[in-house]
Design a protein around this ligand. Structure first.
Ligand code: COA
Length: 260
């Protein structure tokens, strides 16, 4: 697929997706959502991509939400399809077996905040602003915000954001655990890529098993999760990377992972 509204490049095993509609503050219209789905599906099968970074084009916005000019035309049936499609794409991001890091470089509102929530790790620039302003438009979040925000922060904080529509500064987002780290704008992408490269330097079998195990906490009780962890632990001990990592430690050398 030739993309109109996103850019995609691979640098040192990091797939960088840039939402690219800066004149509309990178608002997610239908075509952008389709393109995002396509690129995520292609990344699944791309062995050169170990880690994914999602960011926004321009100085101002990560993503300022779903495209309101399209929202305005929805009726009951098309609204259900709209929400289900967004949820399918964001779920594909959340369940990708490669770590996804959101580099939030400006406004992350509505669907933009939800895109960051579906990512596994969130870094933000000092200029970033987070919000679920849907109530100002007479709607509710429809790309997972009512579900993921409460799981990532807590129910009361999530309700405060969703019921007021107020924006949160990056500093406040850090305080409530909505983002992992905040950087000056010029450092955001370099620091995000540094994190991606650190993750890429590990054995990727272990990275994938670890991601799977931690993400399972979304759906499993502690006893189910512990049993799942034991199964994944057993499987990862069948990889070449396990032999290499443990042998390298004992031989006092750096591991040379082959990612199998
Ligand atoms: N959907 C469609 N277009 C959007 C948009 C969105 N979610 N957010 C911004 N834009 C467009 C504006 O309409 C404007 O387009 P125009 O130049 O053709 O008129 C352009 O992006 C720049 O936005 P503007 O509002 O002029 O910038 P600002 O700096 O004054 O305000 C925001 C920035 C983010 C506060 C403001 O754009 C805003 O409130 N956006 C909507 C946020 C929202 O409600 N998102 C949730 C949707 S569910």
């Amino acid at each position: 697929m030739n993309y109109k509204n996103i850019l995609f490049e691979i640098k040192n095993n990091t797939g960088i997706i840039t939402i690219n509609r800066p004149d509309k503050l990178n608002a997610l219209n239908g075509q952008t959502i389709d393109e995002l789905e396509d690129v995520i599906n292609s990344i699944k099968d791309n062995n050169d991509v170990f880690v994914v970074v999602i960011t926004g084009s321009g100085e101002k916005a990560f993503v300022a939400g779903a495209d309101i000019s399209e929202l305005n035309k929805l009726d009951v049936i098309s609204a259900k399809e709209f929400s289900e499609k967004g949820n399918r794409v964001f779920r594909a991001i959340e369940t990708l077996d490669k770590p996804v890091i959101a580099a939030v470089n400006g406004f992350a509102l509505g669907g933009g905040c939800e895109l960051a929530l579906a990512s596994h790790i969130r870094f933000a620039s000092e200029k970033a602003k987070f919000g679920q302003p849907e109530v100002n438009l007479g709607i509710i979040p429809g790309y997972g915000g009512t579900q993921r925000l409460a799981r990532i922060v807590n129910s009361a904080r999530s309700l405060e954001m969703i019921l007021t529509g107020d924006m949160l500064s990056a500093e406040d987002a850090l305080k409530i655990g909505l983002v992992n780290k905040v950087y000056p704008s010029s450092d955001l992408l370099p620091e995000t890529l540094k994190l991606a490269e650190k993750i890429s330097s590990k054995g990727q079998q272990a990275i994938r098993f670890a991601l799977k195990a931690v993400k399972a906490t979304d759906n499993m009780s502690l006893s189910e999760g512990l049993s799942y962890e034991a199964s994944l632990f057993a499987l990862v001990c069948g990889t070449d990377d396990f032999k290499e990592g443990t042998s390298a430690f004992l031989e006092k050398r750096k591991p040379n992972f082959k990612h199998r």
